[in-house]
Design a protein around this ligand. Structure first.
Ligand SMILES: [Zn+2]
Length: 409
């Protein structure tokens, strides 16, 4: 399959780009090739797509369900409601989440939730990439834990090469030492990756220090479960030593600014993380603590929050936060994407330069980070496949119609 993106702007210059199957084959003059599909990209700029490193996609069905509470009260409310959700609800919520992500330029998400078969089904249907994080907590029965284990062990890449399945111990306050060790071993025998929430709130840190005399990061390090495939969401309350451990282990910190602000969890220490060279990515978290899954908004909030909390306008530049949202996320999951370059996987966005938020276009990245919204994105391509064109995703009307009924119920 050869797709030609014609007359597109790449870093300010007009060019042609040939996608052969799932890679960027040629950037520049394309000749003597049979073209199967041509995308007229006049007045459009091509940029890498976004990688959302922390999400609970199925929670989209709970968007706006309960608001303005601190984390633990909020979790109690949400867990009650979640317990009533059935497999089909998770499928519908996840499809709505993926629709929203595609519309805002995201082609990959690291998910952490329940009913994993339904998540895989939704990801298959929608054509994006996903690390399906299989959630573990002490409160699961042994039977449920065994089912989780089997699901991870039996998942085969042959089903869909865009999906990995990984254990996701929820957090240190819901998972024992044994459970973390079990998940880590399971990760090493399977995808390699392990997701968790880490150092999200000050009470998590205080409790951990009281019980173990260690910070959450030092505690996980003492269990031997941190490495370059550990994906840790939030990482708000890091000490200098915590950041040094993360840098040494090459573990991946996911910054979730909207969720951290909304749940009043605290401010991610961008200066410290940069100084210690911690691998930093960006994620939206679940929709009920955000309340949307737009990586464009997440970039802007990350950058503004860093500027105001440090009173330093260049502490997190547009280019730096854009890298967190694109190539850093792809690299975290060993996906050879995140840049528009020959030989790399064809994940990209075409931005509409006629869109009012993109005009005038002195610098596409500045506009994307500080001005754009979903309406600025015209086309989304994942692994060479067009998932959205002219701002339309297949079946979007049906997905929205089904989701609407939940609030009525
Ligand atoms: Zn989360």
């Amino acid at each position: 399959m050869n797709t030609l993106i014609k007359d597109v702007q790449l870093e300010g210059k007009t060019t042609n780009i040939l996608i052969q199957d799932n890679v960027f084959k040629t950037i520049g003059e394309v000749s003597n090739v049979k073209i199967d599909k041509t995308i007229d990209a006049k007045n459009k700029a091509i940029i890498p797509a976004f990688y959302n490193l922390h999400c609970h996609a199925g929670m989209n069905i709970l968007r706006g369900y309960c608001e303005d509470l601190p984390l633990f009260d909020w979790l109690q409310n949400i867990w009650k409601r979640e317990a009533e959700l059935k497999a089909e609800d998770i499928y519908n919520g996840t499809r709505l989440a993926i629709l929203e992500m595609i519309k805002s330029g995201t082609v990959f998400f690291a998910d952490m939730y329940w009913h994993h078969k339904e998540i895989v089904r939704a990801v298959n249907d929608m054509g994006v990439r996903c690390d399906v994080g299989v959630c573990y907590m002490d409160r699961l029965s042994q039977m449920e834990k065994n089912e989780n284990d089997d699901f991870i062990k039996n998942f085969s890449k042959e089903n869909n090469p865009l999906i990995t399945v990984s254990p996701a111990p929820h957090a240190i306050y819901t998972c024992s030492e044994e459970l973390y060790r079990h998940c880590y071993e399971l990760a090493k025998e399977n995808s390699g990756f392990m997701q968790t929430h880490l150092a999200e709130t000050i009470s998590e840190v205080n409790d951990c220090e009281k019980n173990t005399r260690l910070t959450p990061v030092q505690y996980l390090n003492s269990l031997g479960v941190l490495d370059d495939k550990t994906i840790a969401a939030h990482c708000v309350h890091f000490t200098e030593k915590d950041a040094e451990i993360f840098a040494e282990k090459q573990s991946v910190a996911v910054h979730n600014p909207c969720s951290n602000m909304k749940l009043a969890s605290g401010v991610f220490k961008i200066g410290l993380m940069k100084e210690k060279n911690v691998r930093m990515t960006l994620g939206t978290d679940g929709c009920s603590s955000n309340n949307n899954l737009s990586m464009i908004e997440e970039m802007k909030f990350a950058s503004l929050l860093a500027k105001v909390s440090n009173q330093k306008p260049d502490i997190l530049t547009a280019e730096q936060v854009f890298e967190m949202a694109t190539i850093n996320g792809a690299k975290a999951y060993n996906i050879n994407a995140g840049k528009i370059m020959e030989g790399m996987l064809a994940d990209c966005i075409l931005v509409d330069l006629n869109n009012e938020r993109m005009t005038p276009n002195y610098n596409t990245i500045y506009n994307i980070v500080y001005s754009a919204d979903s309406s600025s994105i015209d086309t989304v391509i994942c692994n060479g496949r067009v998932l959205m064109e002219n701002h339309h995703v297949e079946n979007e009307e049906e997905i929205i119609e089904i989701a609407k009924n939940y609030a009525k119920k």
